[in-house]
Design a binder for this molecule. Sequence first.
Ligand code: FE2
Length: 249
Amino acid sequence: MKKTVYEIKSNKFQRQLCMAVVSDLHGGDPTAVLKMLEAERPDYILCPGDIFERLDGSDSDIYRNGLCLLSEASRIAPVFYSTGNHEDGGVRSWSRSWESRVKKREYHERCRNDIEKSGAVLLEDSFVLKHGIAFGGLLSGIINEGGAPELSWLDEFCAVDAPKILLCHHPEYYEKYLKDKNIDLIVSGHAHGGQWRFFGRGVFAPGQGIFPKYTYGVHDGRLVISTGLKVSAIPRFFNPTEVVFVKLV
Ligand SMILES: [Fe+2]
């Protein structure tokens, strides 16, 4: 796991800030991540989804790892968390019926109390103001009819007279839905860096296909994509897991 630091120039924030981006843990062991957060002491910790492998109501080490990350990270700095396609049960939407995916969202509701008790602020197509910054979270649209995210709340978010940070699990939403929005920083994950990286390019990402555009790094000076933390049976080539630290200067 590597530490990736990006510096983004912005005159919107009243002071220099460090935002940690912790994405796509998928219920893995959070120990190393927490150690890094403890050492770096960011001002805020942003978790844009797939922290859990699933939120189906079952108790398991994987589930407890996700909760451990949220609760222990909350002792270090304020944590904002918006779920991804995995938490919503939309893992392989092409193989599930609409009805079965709706059932998964009901299970998600049963996990809400645990997440809220962790101390993390859960953002579900909603935003909060904290220390003069608006933090919003755009949910995955994967279980929605048609597969599109719910955008109706974004106009109110964009109109807030404060710097705006959006957690958006799917980086591919940027071009389609967010590029023209008045948002100062957008943080994403989901693409896992394209799983295999050759010559600085990812090979595949869900929702984007082969040689995807949005897998890593900073785009347009405001979209930050983490390659995430997932270690699975599918090897990652030239694509280490990472915790990103965005320094707003
Ligand atoms: Fe994802």
